[in-house]
Every structure is written in C-alpha cells, then in structure tokens.
Design a protein around this ligand. Sequence first.
Ligand code: DGT
Ligand code: CA
Ligand code: CA
Length: 360
Amino acid sequence: MKRIIMHVDLDSFYASLEENRDPAIKGKPVVICVYSGRSEESGAVSTSNYKARAFGIKAGMPIVIAKRIAKGKDVVFLPVDMDYYREISERIMDLMEEESDTMEQVSIDEAYLDVTELTDGNWDKAIEIAKSIKEKISSQEELTASVGLSTNKFVAKIASDFQKPNGLTIVKEEEIINFLKYMSVSNLHGIGEKTTKALNDLGIQTAKDLSEYGLKELEEVFGKNKARLLHNKSLGIDDSPVEPREKKQLSRIGTLKEDTNDQNVIYEKIIELAKDMEIRILKNNVSFRTVSIITIDTELKTQTKSDTIPQTREIQKVINISKVLLEKYLKENPDKKLRRVGIRISNLEFSKAQKTLDDF
Ligand code: DGT
Ligand code: CA
Ligand code: CA
C-alpha cells in the first residue's frame, strides 16, 4: 500500500500564542524576541505574526532593525516565553498523536504523521483527518495550522508550506512531478543556500531542471550520495519512515486559574494533570522511577523538585510524591505565588509487549 503522510506546521506559532494570551494585542503586528542581554535591545527576532511580516519584520532579524522598521507604527514587541509555548505544544502534539498511526515531532510546532493504516490508504479519509486536526487545534487552542498531505515526508513538508497560513495542500502520487516542477530548488526541503548556489551555477533553477540534469554529471560535482539525494528530491522521491522519537520523559504542565500559593488549589491542578498523564502511561505501557514537579512562579522563574522510587506504573505514586514535593516547595518559598505547575516522570521503561513506541 502507498503511504499517506501528513505534515502539520502551526502558523506564526509563538506570536499567535501571545496574541491569544492578551486580548489587548490581538490583531496587531506582534514580534517575539530573544534578548541576548548584552544591551537593552541586543538580540534577534524569534518570529513575528503575518501582520508584522508585511512590514518586513521576520525571524532572525536583529531586534534593533525590527524596531527601526516599526518606528511610528503600533507594533508589539515581546520576549519569548518558552515554558508556555512548550506547554501548548505538548497538548497539540498529543491530539495529533491520537489521530495517527505514528507521529514524529520535528520541532516545537511541527510533526509528521503516518496515517496509512488508520485510513486504509484512503485519501478521502486522510483528508478528513487533516481537517479534523485543524478543527481541533482551532477549537481547543485557537490556533491555525498548515497541513500537507502526500505519499512521503519530503513532499508533505513542502505541501504544508505551500499555502500558509491555515492551508491544506494535497499532493497525490500522480501529482508530485507537476507540483514540484516549477519550484525553485531552494524550496526543495533540505537544499540549503550553498547547494542552491552550486546548482544555480550549473544553470539549474527549478526542480524540473534538476530532474533533467544527468545523474552522472551531478555526481561529478556533488559525489555519488548527494547526487542521488538531489535527483530524488527533484522527483519527490523519499522513502524515509515517520519515526517516533523515544521519549526520555513525560510531562504535563498547566496554568492555574489565578496566581496562587494555596496548597489545595495547586494540588487539585496536579491531580487534574495526573489524570491526563495516566492515560499516556497506560496507552504507552510505560513505567517510571523518577517523579518531579515543575513550578513556575509569577516572575516566570522555574524550579524543579524530584524524587526517585522503585520502578512503578502507578499514577497514585505520582500524585503522592508530587504532594510532598509541593509542600516542600511552598515551605521553602513562602512569599512566592505560582502561575503554572507541572508534573513529570522520567527514568522511563517501556514494556516490550506494546507494539513499539509508536504511540508516543
Ligand atoms: P510560520 O510557520 O511561517 O507561520 O511561522 P512560525 O513562527 O511558526 O515559524 P516556524 O514554524 O519556522 O518556527 C516555529 C517557531 O520557532 C516560531 O514561532 C519561533 C521559533 N523560531 C523560528 N525561527 C526562529 C529563529 O530564527 N530564531 C529563534 N530564536 N526562534 C525561531
Ligand atoms: Ca510554524
Ligand atoms: Ca515549524
């Protein structure tokens, strides 16, 4: 059976999250920055939303330049809040994992999903899954994602990038050649600046040019392996499997309704998170030795406290240990309030009886 592979990438991820978090900035151009700390404005732009991109402000640009462009305009600049982005990312990855045979997370906001078995190779079913994933991401997290569907990871990735934001691009086997044909080689995922330049020097601009260039001639310039790889890219050939990454730990973080140091309120949140974690533990047949709590206070300072016990898969152990660790934290930090709290299990062991780590 031909595979059906999906690539999902969230749209202007960090910036969209910040817009959702603060109604006052929703709809404005938003720029997310990584401040290096050397001077007040040194550092680089991590990402920007589409409104800010329309001014030319984009990822990688020095903050100073972005501010210069934004001068006189109502542009919002914010620092990154990685803990928060990871929390939402985890939830989205979970919901996508539920809708696939196997999932390979490739970064904080994107993943490949193999849906071949789930759909029995049926494209209509796959399109339904893609729409359902987009709908869930939208209703549960108020975010949009761009999705590509094809028969391999390489083409699915290019497809997800084809209509952004909020796109859904389907490229069936027989459409691949036409889909890629007039694309510039720099748009073929995995071909970087240097290779693009080298190809351009050979008079190769598009995927079609590349596919028509002799393999022997390519080998002379790039060597056997790379030449084959380039040739395959030009034709949209890619056999690489969707490979779930083996997890070292499993965590759940949640935001408290309000900043608090009330032990009972925080404990209740922990129990809620533990319920969610229990589902993952059962589904993946995993046991653990270490339990941690993660505390994020109102100044966004993160602390972790851990305890290690004999191997177990009992969620009640997570709850009990977390309670003790929380008491300890509150005793040591009497004047702090928490904004978010999390639980984590690590030192994981996966039971061999389970088919694989596929469900992670
Ligand atoms: P998109 O996918 O074009 O709609 O926009 P983003 O913002 O989702 O961009 P993407 O998918 O390339 O990257 C996902 C997140 O990773 C993004 O929201 C911020 C972060 N990121 C991307 N590029 C950079 C970078 O050059 N520097 C830093 N620090 N972070 C980056
Ligand atoms: Ca993205
Ligand atoms: Ca991405």
